[in-house]
Design a protein around this ligand. Structure first.
Ligand SMILES: NC(=O)C1=CN([C@@H]2O[C@H](COP(=O)(O)OP(=O)(O)OC[C@H]3O[C@@H](n4cnc5c(N)ncnc54)[C@H](O)[C@@H]3O)[C@@H](O)[C@H]2O)C=CC1
Ligand SMILES: CC(=O)C(=O)O
Ligand SMILES: [Mg+2]
Length: 552
């Protein structure tokens, strides 16, 4: 009896302060002897853990170290991250989190989040009741099928919700104990995982068809029962599931799909910055995509809304999109397209004289040859797909080509910024999905913006929590995009980055959260307040990692 509580307080990462427990706390919780006698400040602890971090000599080891720190002392973990955000974001998020998902079973240490596997489908409520902390603001859930651009990782996909929720806390200030990562383990079709003796997931091929959607329904019902106020974010589902799930629940729950809506909002924000630099209004742009999956179609939908707002008709707006997928350009004679993709087909009659492959497909190089593309966006998972001839051709027809290779992780990026700047004589406006170092071009240092939904989802979470919204509408995501676009450094300085630096991401998140909250009020999905009151709530809701009293 005597030692159950002291062990709880130092073994619970949400309450542990380690060497920073004061004399009074050590007296009160019986911690003397369990801790070394010297009492450290949070700053001193940060210095010590940073030193230990710097001793790691590869990125995966850095990731493992940070995850272990997170599972030991969350305040210290978040304070360290906050002080070294540019250096450490790539370790807890893309690109290194991709590797951590692939090796999840081999680097697994301690439980975090919930594993909800298909064989336990009739006990989801009780699994949810096993969550470590009772009150939850945000769930990020994946089924592990489309992890970044590296495909099916089965249960290892849980690394993504863990990483995303770390950023909800770091950037959006959602309290760490009010976040819940979940993997819906419906099996895996990844042969390597299935034959790996150490694989920790359910060894079974993926459940599909109606059984899959019934399982999702069971999960959603259990969440509604247990956590009716929670914001449920869908992450890294394969396209055939991502869109139907979003459509089924978007109007019934506080929910959104980050890959569809978050990506769309950040891309629109970056394009607004780029349009500010080029001086050519949105309605004059021709937009070419490599990739026509759920992320790309999501971006289309928001850009199309912005084009219509910029006074193009619906029909004119649709014609500005040239979508190329693995079978070539989307056109009206193709019969393999989903209803969402059909919105963006080009009329095949117009393409009669275009060069085609033996199978009748029109590739990216041909589209770039035929169209005066001003914006090129990659959401294809194909590393290196923006080749030198393609980029030189595009750059030959436009002063400031806007080129956004957005696929993650870095190995899947359609091009690297250094090449893009070299092939365009420094003229390209570039932003990438995963982080890249600035490029030095003719003595000028060009910062490379990270066009990643990390600018959106933590801020939307903050906006939803602070405003107590009951839905996430597309209008709220578009408001987020506009607020982000207004913070583009390129609007003040044409040599600036298209999106703000990570050092400003927390303050930008507050501005976005306010815009989201105001739009939620306008849409009638949250009670009315004044802007000042909302701003104060946003400020107060954004948790900062510092030690508080220990909860008894
Ligand atoms: N920067 C960001 O914030 C985000 C980036 N992404 C990235 O976008 C990528 C795609 O995600 P989803 O749309 O969900 O995946 P998806 O699998 O639904 O879509 C991939 C698309 O690329 C096409 N494709 C594949 N191989 C191709 C080839 N050789 N040539 C032309 N097209 C090809 C496919 O036909 C499909 O249309 C992933 O790498 C992901 O990491 C996704 C969300 C956010
Ligand atoms: C960033 C992100 O959500 C993705 O690559 O899937
Ligand atoms: Mg994702």
């Amino acid at each position: 009896m005597g030692h159950s509580f002291p062990f709880r307080v130092i073994s619970d990462p949400a309450f542990n302060k380690g060497t920073a427990f004061s004399i009074e706390e050590r007296d009160r919780y019986g911690l003397h002897g369990l801790l070394p006698p010297h009492i450290e400040s949070l700053d001193e602890q940060v210095q010590r853990v940073y030193e230990a971090y710097q001793r790691k000599d590869d990125d995966l080891e850095r990731h493992i170290y940070l995850r272990a720190l997170q599972d030991t002392n969350e305040v210290l973990f978040y304070r360290l991250l906050l002080e070294h955000i540019e250096e450490m974001l790539p370790m807890v998020y893309t690109p290194v989190v991709g590797q951590a998902c692939q090796l999840f079973s081999h680097i697994y240490r301690r439980p975090r989040g919930l594993f909800i596997s298909y064989p336990m489908r009739d006990s989801i409520g009780s699994l949810l009741r096993s969550r470590p902390y009772p009150d939850v603001d945000v769930i990020v859930v994946t089924d592990g099928e489309r992890i970044l651009g590296i495909g099916d990782q089965g249960a290892g996909g849980l690394g993504i919700p863990i990483g995303k929720l770390s950023l909800y806390t770091l950037i959006g200030g959602i309290r760490p104990e009010r976040t819940l990562p979940i993997v819906l383990d419906v099996g895996t079709n990844n042969a390597e995982r299935l034959k790996d003796p150490e694989y920790v997931g359910w060894r079974h091929e993926r459940i599909s068809g109606q059984a899959y959607f019934d399982f999702i329904d069971q999960f959603v019902k259990a969440v509604q029962q247990e956590l009716p106020q929670v914001c449920l974010q869908w992450e890294d589902f394969a396209t055939p599931h991502a869109r139907p799930i979003l459509e089924r629940y978007a109007n019934k729950l506080l929910t959104f799909n980050d890959d569809i809506q978050g990506t769309a909002a950040v891309a629109l924000g970056a394009v607004m910055g780029a349009v500010g630099v080029t001086g050519k209004p949105l309605r004059e742009q021709q937009i070419v995509f490599l990739g026509a999956g759920s992320a790309a179609v999501g971006v289309d939908d928001y850009l199309r809304a912005a084009l219509v707002q910029d006074r193009l008709s619906e029909v004119e707006a649709r014609q500005r999109f040239w979508m190329v997928d693995k079978d070539g350009l989307l056109h009206s004679d193709r019969h393999d397209l989903s209803p969402e993709q059909q919105v963006y087909v080009q009329d095949s009659a117009k393409l009669a004289n275009w060069p085609k492959t033996a199978h009748g497909a029109i590739g990216l190089a041909d589209v770039i040859q035929q169209v005066n593309a001003t914006i090129l966006i990659g959401l294809s998972t194909v590393g290196g797909a923006f080749t030198e001839p393609i980029i030189r051709e595009m750059a030959g027809k436009v002063d400031r080509p806007v080129i956004l290779p957005l696929s993650n992780p870095t190995s899947r990026s359609e091009a690297c910024p250094e090449d893009l700047l070299r092939w365009t004589n420094g003229r390209a406006l570039v932003a990438t999905g995963s982080p890249y170092a600035p490029v030095v071009w003719e003595g000028r240092t060009i910062p490379i913006a990270q066009c990643n939904n990390v600018f959106i989802f933590p801020a939307v979470g903050l906006g939803v929590v602070a405003s107590k919204a009951t839905r996430v509408t597309d209008g709220m995501m578009l408001a987020a995009a506009r607020a982000l676009g207004e913070h583009s450094p390129a609007l003040k300085d044409p040599a600036g980055s298209l999106l703000p630096p990570l050092s400003e991401v927390r303050s930008v998140a507050r501005a976005i959260a306010e815009a989201v909250g105001m739009e939620a009020q306008r849409a009638g999905v949250t009670p009315l307040t004044t802007r000042t009151e909302l701003a104060a709530r946003v400020q107060a809701s954004q948790w900062l990692p510092e030690y508080g009293p220990v909860a008894d």
